[in-house]
Design a protein around this ligand. Structure first.
Ligand code: PLP
Length: 392
């Protein structure tokens, strides 16, 4: 297990990622935990069955494999408990279902991941829950939008596709003064680069599909709660019957071991490429909060320990046709949704759903996921794709 009990100093992040989760000596010394595939669990006698008096009672409630992953995430997040769900999107919908009911009001940042908005505008609406959108730079002014029936403020920082940084401590302060819960989709930074619960966030949400998996082959979500919110979240999950299989949990735990190293490569390569892109005449702007030119750079620097490998560029001019030309000329960058895997990806993002944070951009916005390829090869690829849309 993690050696923090023995050592006064918190271990470094890669040491933590190497040792968090399972204790090898709880399973014959094998370094990795067993993959326990399970629905039924047998009780040794009728008394144990009547009292649920054993660690595992049924597959939906967890196995030693899923527990090893949850323990690892709790160690990284500093959370009281973590739940695993079938996708990043269900990790968003589960806590909202757990904490909202008919007649409630919920505030979402306008730069939210689009399927989160779609859930709010359809399912939550159908349940009689009112969703309102706020601009990403609202900070302490969020207090003005809080009503007597506001239960949750939902944050995502940086914002999906356009990478605005939110003042999370200011939002948390205003929320807690009114007994409102703060949830955060923290998929971009992971707990390695932004430890949400340390900033007062009550519930931290991750699409484990991205960096924890790292290989574009698993779908999973993780929801981690502080002491105040854990029991209600856990109870809702039991009612809804959400769970994951142990094979996938094992793969995510395996992914965690190398996540620090991978993220560091994604970070360095993405920054080098972002800086190069800033110099290109076909690019109007690079939307990456770790760049000094980004309007929220100071806020990012204050709160974040690093940046991951996803950012966007705004082409200098044109529209869908220029975006298509650029994408069709890329060779190493695949055209696909999602991110966090080992391979580079590009997508033309649509921002039409935004309301209060709608902005005019000089040209099409292209999101890039920088993978683990050699940085110079990716620059060369971008160079020839930009040449295809050379400005006159
Ligand atoms: C910020 C963010 N949250 C959640 C998700 C959802 O993850 P999943 O694809 O596993 O449903 C995504 C997916 O792209 C995302 O970008």
């Amino acid at each position: 297990m993690v050696g923090s009990e023995k050592s006064a100093k918190e271990p470094g992040i890669n040491t933590l990622l190497t040792h968090c989760g399972n204790d090898p000596h709880e399973y014959y010394g094998f370094v990795n935990p067993p993959v326990v595939r399970a629905s039924t669990v047998l009780f040794k006698d009728a008394h144990s069955m009547a009292t649920d008096n054993q660690p595992y009672t049924y597959g939906t409630h967890g196995t030693p494999t899923t527990d090893a992953l949850c323990k690892a995430i709790d160690r990284l997040e500093g959370s009281a408990g973590t739940l695993l769900t079938s996708s990043g999107l269900s990790a968003v919908t589960l806590p909202l279902l757990a904490f909202l009911e008919k007649g409630d009001h919920v505030l979402f940042v306008d730069t939210i991941y689009f399927p989160t908005r779609r859930f709010a505008d359809t399912m939550l609406k159908k349940m009689g829950i009112e969703a309102e959108y706020y601009p990403p730079h609202i900070g302490a002014d969020i207090a003005r939008l809080i009503r007597p029936n506001t239960r949750v403020i939902f944050t995502e920082s940086p914002g999906s596709n356009t990478f605005e940084i939110q003042d999370i401590p200011a939002i948390v302060k205003a929320a807690h003064a009114h007994d409102v819960i703060v949830m955060m989709d923290n998929t971009w930074a992971t707990p390695l680069y932004f430890k949400a619960l340390d900033f007062g966030v009550d519930i931290s949400i991750h699409a484990a599909t991205k960096y924890p998996s790292g290989h574009s082959d698993i779908l999973m979500g993780m929801v981690s709660a502080n002491e105040k919110c854990w029991q209600r979240l856990y109870d809702a999950n039991t009612v809804l019957g959400m769970c994951v299989n142990s094979d996938d949990a094992y793969q995510i735990l395996r992914g965690l071991r190398s996540m620090g190293l991978r993220l560091n490569h994604h970070q360095q390569s993405a920054l080098t490429i972002a800086r190069w892109l800033e110099q290109q005449p076909q690019v109007a702007r690079v939307l990456h909060p770790a760049l000094e030119s980004h309007p929220d750079h100071a806020l990012w620097k204050r709160d974040f320990k690093g940046s991951s490998g996803v950012f966007s560029i705004v082409l200098a001019s044109g529209g869908a046709e220029e975006a298509r030309k650029f994408l069709d000329n890329l060779q190493f960058f695949g055209l696909g949704y999602s991110w966090g895997g080992y391979e580079s990806l590009a997508v033309h993002v649509r921002l039409a759903d935004r309301t209060v944070a709608a902005q005019a951009y000089e040209g099409p916005v292209i999101r890039l996921q920088i993978g683990l390829e050699d940085t110079q090869d990716l620059i060369n690829d971008l160079k020839q794709a930009l040449a295809a849309i050379a400005v006159s």
